[in-house]
Ligand binder design. Structure first.
Ligand SMILES: Nc1ncnc2c1ncn2[C@@H]1O[C@H](COP(=O)(O)OP(=O)(O)OP(=O)(O)O)[C@@H](O)[C@H]1O
Ligand SMILES: [Mg+2]
Length: 391
């Protein structure tokens, strides 16, 4: 059991690539934290620095209250599971899982007990005498996880462990990992570029872009209160819509206006936050599920009527994803599966004005976010204070 702390951690690779820039993060004991972001944003580098597989160029990393900057990977009490399993092909599953313990000179019966326990937890007991080539991708991934479990590490590190699996198996393994975390009650740090995996697995999510942490928060708070346009556009499918325009005073409060016909009255309580930005370029952010047909939009407390032409309709069974065009804007909405919608028709819509966000155009900062900065989000949503235990 251990908490993990990163303070201003930097990584500059030889050749000058700055992969991680001043990352600070506190992960509580037993927490499941997911690092997510686009390819090349520094997720694996961050994880590998925690594991000790990559030296840090600056800052501090501590595990269980002890600074580990100069501690060898094998002495960090961590176990890592990679995307490509990295099982030894000539060994059976049992031998693969036992290998790390053998190297550490564990007694034979202790090794057997631990491997059998792990195999039981992962449902691979019947496969222990097979070699990896006789296993499916999902079974191999279980063996790789088993090899980490038998070590009983204080911290598990996962780097895209499910990305080699097909879609159905990924969902199954995702649920298995969730249960595993509950059962083992151990700190887990998990890297993925898949936002659904991040949202479903993480107690908290760390969103990275270009080597920088953009926001650290619980899945819901990330969804509802994205700190900036990057976070807002990264989380959610289809992604949040952004409309160019400016803020103006209507006499009855502040409204968003685009260059055409779209006008959205903004909630009165946002007045203080937005009054300094009157006349300046902003982006209105609205999620697809907050764009309603007139029937479902009728009960909204604060709505904005918009007319738009339907370009494409995708029927997903439980709902329809509709792509609209209105003047210079293209945006996407989700409507009830039974609302009749045809390509080319003009449709009346209602934007839920209580759910919109306003982003500063040049910085991407969310002017309507209640979380002032990512450090604050990090501290505020930490489930329990990560007190550095003196060793
Ligand atoms: N050994 C290395 N030498 C030089 N540059 C590297 C090295 N490893 C990674 N990088 C660079 O550092 C940056 C971050 O890489 P990293 O592997 O951490 O990204 P990632 O977020 O894990 O991406 P992906 O989702 O594609 O796995 C990238 O620009 C990458 O090209
Ligand atoms: Mg990676």
């Amino acid at each position: 059991m251990a908490d993990v702390e990163l303070k201003n951690v930097e990584k500059v690779y030889p050749g000058g690539v700055k992969a991680v820039c001043g990352a600070s993060l506190r992960i509580a004991d037993r927490e499941f934290v997911v690092l997510v972001g686009p390819s090349g944003c520094g997720k694996s580098t961050t994880l590998r620095m925690i594991a000790g597989l990559e030296e840090i160029s600056g800052g501090m990393i501590s595990i269980g209250g002890s600074i580990v900057n100069d501690v060898a990977p094998k002495d960090r009490d961590i176990a890592m599971v990679f995307q490509n399993y990295a099982l030894y092909p000539h060994m059976t599953c049992f031998e693969n899982m036992a290998f790390g313990l053998k190297l550490r000179n564990f007694p034979k019966d202790e090794i057997r007990r631990r491997v059998e326990d792990a195999a039981q937890i992962l449902g691979i007991h019947d496969l222990l005498q097979r070699k990896p080539k006789a296993l499916s991708g999902g079974q191999r991934q279980r063996v790789a996880v088993g090899r980490a479990i038998v070590r009983k590490p204080a911290v598990f590190l996962f780097d895209e462990p499910l990305s080699n699996l097909d879609a159905k198996l990924r969902v199954e393994m995702r649920v298995e990992l969730h249960k595993l975390h509950q059962r083992l009650a151990t700190t887990m740090i998990y890297v993925t570029h898949d936002q659904i995996e991040a949202m479903t697995l993480g107690d908290r999510i760390v969103i990275m872009d270009k080597g920088e942490i953009q926001q650290v928060a619980s899945p819901l708070s990330l969804y509802d209160e994205p700190y900036n346009q990057f976070v807002a556009s990264f989380i959610g499918t289809p992604a949040m819509n952004f409309l160019d325009g400016s803020l103006q005073n209507s006499g009855d409060g502040i409204v968003f206006r685009d260059a055409g016909s779209i006008q959205v009255p903004l909630p009165k309580e946002l007045g203080d936050k937005l009054s300094n930005h009157l006349g300046k370029p902003v982006l209105l952010g609205i999620r697809p599920e907050h764009i309603h047909d007139p029937a479902s939009g009728a009960s909204l407390k604060l709505g904005a009527k918009v007319q738009a032409k339907v370009e494409v309709v995708e029927s997903l069974g439980d709902l329809k994803v509709v792509y609209f065009v209105e003047g210079p804007h293209r945006f996407v909405g989700k409507v009830d599966a039974h609302v009749p919608v045809a390509t080319g028709q003009t449709m009346d819509l209602v934007f839920d004005a209580n759910k919109v966000h306003v982003f500063e155009k040049n910085t991407g900062r969310n002017l309507t976010c209640r979380v002032p900065q990512y450090e604050a989000a990090n501290e505020a949503s930490l489930p329990q204070p990560a007190v550095a235990a003196a060793k």
